[in-house]
Design a protein around this ligand. Structure first.
Ligand code: HEM
Length: 492
């Protein structure tokens, strides 16, 4: 009879709860796979049996080839308490999840994503202008750019400052969602009845945390949606995901139930775009700056190709990317070198199964160690080095024989990130525009010394670089002129 995969020895009752790392968990997860010499490692977590999936081979076999039984999500009591379960990334493998995903996909169908090029280009160029004015705020500007694209596409709203109420509220909501996603830090996850303990009881951290974030989560879902709905009513809405869904819902006769269901899907799908897309893509935008400051020779090489393809008289556009394999290789290497979702979003099984002689019971949570897969030296020699050339063949084009890291970094199977291509398009034009116009160096600290950059990763479910360089200098007077001309055009 197949047994459980190997794993750390459990304690009575609490199992491996105290073994669960909260700092850089992906490293401990990899160590366990090595210690037990197994792609799968079993963790005894009360009420939530879990398996770490340490190799791409196992992840592909389970999440992709057997996706019909590995596409569920783990119940997260904290999400229920803070109402974050409206986000379809956290819904179970149900018809409701499917309806949400279908709606999202119909708007962000990869075949029609070029209609978002203009909005991406506009905000990439606004980023250049902002950097020209205050390079010391590079982290904030990168975040602002991605947030602006997401709000423009989702709600047709212009985010002129990061102090915008819809943004600050969503930021706090995402902080709560990210916190609640770290496996093993809230006791309510193991003992769901704790949710009913009053928040004043000492130790009721779960209840107090959920209570703190609840209004922000609801605000993120409802406030911008209501604003767009009112604009649609007044005939003043700018076309967007949400206005489109509202109008479509009204365009055909429907029963009140159907109509309410469609409105709820529109509200949820809009409300989760910021949570799913802003932290993730802006973390990659920031880690790109970090890589460039740490690897100046790569920067030079990319700038050489940009100068050659784009010429001296204009800024890059999406259409240039086809002729810029080195930029595309940098995008791939950014996604690999800095795994911003180091264990993706765990999947859960819906039937008993056997893999390589191990028993995987129905209801097991499977945590893919995406970080370890992207740092695997067999696929990517010297994985700690930022080396885009690894993706290029002898002809200077992308070599299809090198494993595509975006097939791992965005998760797996039926749950794979549906915003993947949108995110990659956004990052590619931002990377091309920034390298074309700026030299990126670490910058200086308050005492005037060059900053010592590290590659330290912060955060849990979504990680971001601790250090983001601030030494961005325009490459030439011509670059400054092009940025200013673009800004004038955008203001017209
Ligand atoms: C660099 C940027 C991004 C990364 C690395 C990323 C990564 C991921 C990962 C790892 C998952 C979980 C996949 C799985 O369960 O196997 C996911 C799910 C998801 N992502 Fe992304 N994402 C990014 C950007 C975006 C953007 C821009 C959007 C939308 C605007 C988006 C929307 C979603 C949604 C809705 C889900 C849930 C899918 C489901 O459960 O069915 N993501 N993403």
């Amino acid at each position: 009879k197949p047994g459980l995969p190997p794993g750390p020895k459990p304690w009575p009752i609490i199992g491996n709860v105290l073994d669960m790392p909260s700092i850089r968990p992906w490293e401990k997860y990899r160590e366990w796979c090595e210690t037990y010499n197994s792609d799968l490692v079993y963790l005894h977590i009360p009420t939530q049996p879990s398996i770490l999936v340490g190799s791409l081979k196992a992840a592909t076999e389970l999440f992709e080839k057997r996706s019909h039984i590995y596409s569920d999500r783990t119940r997260n009591v904290m999400y229920e308490m803070m109402h974050a379960d409206f986000h379809f990334a956290f819904m179970g493998y149900t018809p409701t999840w499917r309806a949400h995903r279908r709606t999202f996909h119909s708007y962000f169908n990869p075949a029609t994503l070029d209609r978002f090029y203009p909005v991406q280009l506009q905000h990439a160029r606004e980023f250049l202008s902002s950097i020209l004015k205050s390079p010391e705020n590079s982290r904030k500007h990168a975040r602002h750019m991605i947030t602006s694209v997401i709000f423009a596409i989702t709600y047709g709203q212009k985010i002129t400052t990061m102090d915008d109420e819809n943004v600050t509220s969503a930021e706090i909501a995402v902080e709560g969602i990210s916190l609640a996603a770290i496996p093993g830090i809230f006791w309510v996850e193991f003992l769901p009845f704790l949710r009913y303990i009053p928040s004043w009881v000492p130790g009721a951290t779960s209840v107090r945390t959920a209570k703190k974030y609840l209004p922000y989560v609801l605000g993120m879902r409802d406030k911008p949606f209501e604003e767009v709905k009112a604009a649609v009513d007044n005939g003043t809405a700018t076309p967007s995901l949400v206005s489109n869904l509202i109008e479509e819902n009204r365009s055909k006769p429907r029963t009140p139930e159907e109509s309410a269901m469609n409105e709820s899907i529109a509200r949820n799908v809009g409300g989760q775009a910021y949570a799913a897309g802003a932290d993730t893509a802006s973390s990659s935008a920031q880690s790109f700056l970090l890589a460039m400051a740490l690897y100046p020779a790569i920067q030079k090489k990319a700038q050489g190709q940009l100068d050659c393809v784009v010429g001296p008289n204009r800024l890059p556009e999406h259409e240039d990317l086809e002729h810029l394999p080195y930029i595309r290789a940098i995008v791939l290497e950014v996604m690999r070198w800095f795994p911003i979702t180091p264990f993706a979003v765990p999947h859960q099984s819906t039937a008993d199964d056997v893999y390589e002689g191990y028993h995987i019971a129905k209801g097991t949570r499977l945590i893919p160690n995406v970080w370890a897969m992207l740092m695997n030296p067999e696929d990517y020699p010297e994985p700690e080095s930022f080396y885009p050339d690894r993706f290029l063949g002898a002809d200077g084009n992308i070599d299809p024989n090198v494993r595509d890291p975006t097939a791992v970094a965005f998760g797996f199977g039926r749950r794979i990130c549906p915003g993947k291509q949108l995110a990659l398009n956004m990052l590619a034009i931002y990377i091309a525009s920034t390298l074309y116009t700026f030299d990126i160096t670490p910058g200086f600290d308050a005492s005037g010394k060059p900053v010592q950059l590290t590659t330290e990763m912060l955060g849990g479910m979504i990680s971001l670089p601790r250090d983001v360089p601030t030494g961005l200098k325009p490459r030439s007077e011509a670059a400054v002129r092009l940025i200013n001309e673009a800004a004038t055009e955008l203001a017209l």
